[in-house]
Ligand binder design. Structure first.
Ligand code: PAD
Ligand code: ZN
Length: 379
């Protein structure tokens, strides 16, 4: 049945308010307007950023349809869309690439000004939503909203990928893999023989391990309070695992002792200010580089010991691994198909979308690295 130009009724997860249960409901998804793309979702991940949304740590408008780490097939396109057409396999991009703003035009920048995270409007660029439930407006999250059978996304937040891509897995290449892997290879430029510490061994931390390993780091220390994450971290390349709750001293002191004078590269992939400071203090005073990947709660401040900044350490924020997303993410999918990078080890669970609640329980219990939700048409 040709659905183009018509509203589609489908199932979507609605988060009604912060810290309250989601429900899967029948929603109406409007056709894409000019410059927009409607996508039939095939798979989506559950990322730490989605958890920040559900806990109210970002200033979002509710009710909303969560999710951003998505893979699907273009169902229809609005006027003026030229980069994709119905039938194309695509990934949704939480960090878009408009190719017009100051970040996009600068060779070093990738945090496109059309992103809808900081701040979040919950709306498409024209200030309206494409989702309704019983006539009531439902907000978008990050102009992606992937926990739904159909979504509408601006063209600049869509990456067309290889037609051979396995759609039950590659959703992770929309956020988790590039964020972590890119934090190591692009943002940090981890060097062969270097020492690294990674705070947080979840999905993003696991991709950081892969990037450090691929860069030839000789020692990779993994830090997590959930020791169930350690076996996978070791499998991916972590050489030493630390649980800060079991140490007699602050974890940063232990890392400095273990490495002589601090690591070359420290990564924070949790999103807490305390662990950001611990990562900073784990770095070598003179040449250590501290990379903040985790997203701290809205309106929190980072307090650093100011005098030691002049010793030469670098503090760097990481936005989606510094990739210009539409330019680079399709290549990462191709690299995966050519076995140059591997996302398979981080996919610990795959569940049908209907089992979203079970997936969230597993995530909250710390049992998953990444759980991929599969929509109909995908197993
Ligand atoms: P995740 O929940 O899979 O992993 C977080 C890990 O941190 C888990 O293994 C936890 O056990 C561990 N953890 C929690 N508290 C502590 C603590 N106090 N000390 C040590 N370990 C702890 O999340 P994720 O890997 O999907 O995301 C991690 C962060 O990265 C999160 O803040 C998310 O918002 C952010 C992110 N940033 C970008 C970006 O572009 N910068 C992109 C994607 C995700
Ligand atoms: Zn831009």
């Amino acid at each position: 049945m040709d659905t183009s130009g018509k509203a589609i009724t489908c199932r979507a997860a609605i988060a009604w308010a912060t810290n309250s249960p989601l429900s899967i409901e029948e929603v109406q998804v409007e056709p894409p307007k000019a410059g927009e793309v409607r996508i039939k979702m095939l798979s989506t991940g559950i990322c730490g950023t989605d958890e920040h949304v559900l806990k109210g740590e970002l200033l979002m408008k509710f009710p909303l349809i969560p999710g951003h780490e998505g893979a699907g097939i273009v169902e229809s396109v609005g006027n003026g869309v030229t980069s994709v057409e119905p039938g194309d396999k695509v990934l949704t991009l939480i960090i878009p690439q408009c190719r017009e703003c100051s970040s996009c035009l600068n060779p070093q920048g990738n945090c496109c000004e059309k992103q809808d995270i900081l701040p979040c409007t919950g709306l498409m660029v024209d200030g309206t939503s494409r989702f309704t439930f019983k006539g009531k407006r439902i907000y978008h999250s990050f102009r992606t909203s992937t926990w739904t059978e159909y979504t509408v996304v601006p063209e600049f937040a869509v990456a067309k990928i290889d037609a051979a891509a396995p759609m039950d897995k590659v959703c992770l290449i929309s956020c988790e893999l590039p964020t972590g892997y890119g934090a190591a290879v692009n943002s940090g430029k981890v060097t062969p023989g270097s020492t690294c510490v990674i705070f947080g061994l979840g999905g993003v931390g696991s991709a950081i391990i892969m990037g450090c390993k691929a860069s030839g780091a000789s020692r990779i220390i993994g830090v997590d309070i959930n020791e169930e994450k350690f076996p996978k971290a070791r499998e991916l390349g972590v050489t030493d695992c630390l649980n800060p709750q079991k140490l007699k001293k602050p974890v940063q002191d232990v890392v400095v002792e273990m490495t002589g004078a601090g690591v070359d590269f420290a990564f924070e992939a949790i999103g807490l200010t305390d662990t950001m400071i611990a990562a900073w203090n784990s770095c070598h005073k003179s040449y250590g580089v501290c990379l903040i990947v985790g997203l701290a709660p809205a309106q929190t401040q980072l307090s650093l010991d100011a005098p030691v900044i002049v010793t030469g350490r670098t503090l760097k924020g990481v936005c989606l691994g510094d990739y210009k997303t539409r330019d680079c993410i399709p290549q990462l999918v191709t690299d995966y198909l050519q076995k140059k990078i591997n996302i398979d080890p981080v996919i610990t669970h795959q569940l049908p979308f209907d089992k979203l609640h079970e997936a969230l329980e597993l995530f909250h219990a710390g049992k998953t690295i990444r759980c991929v939700l599969l929509f109909q048409g995908q197993k």
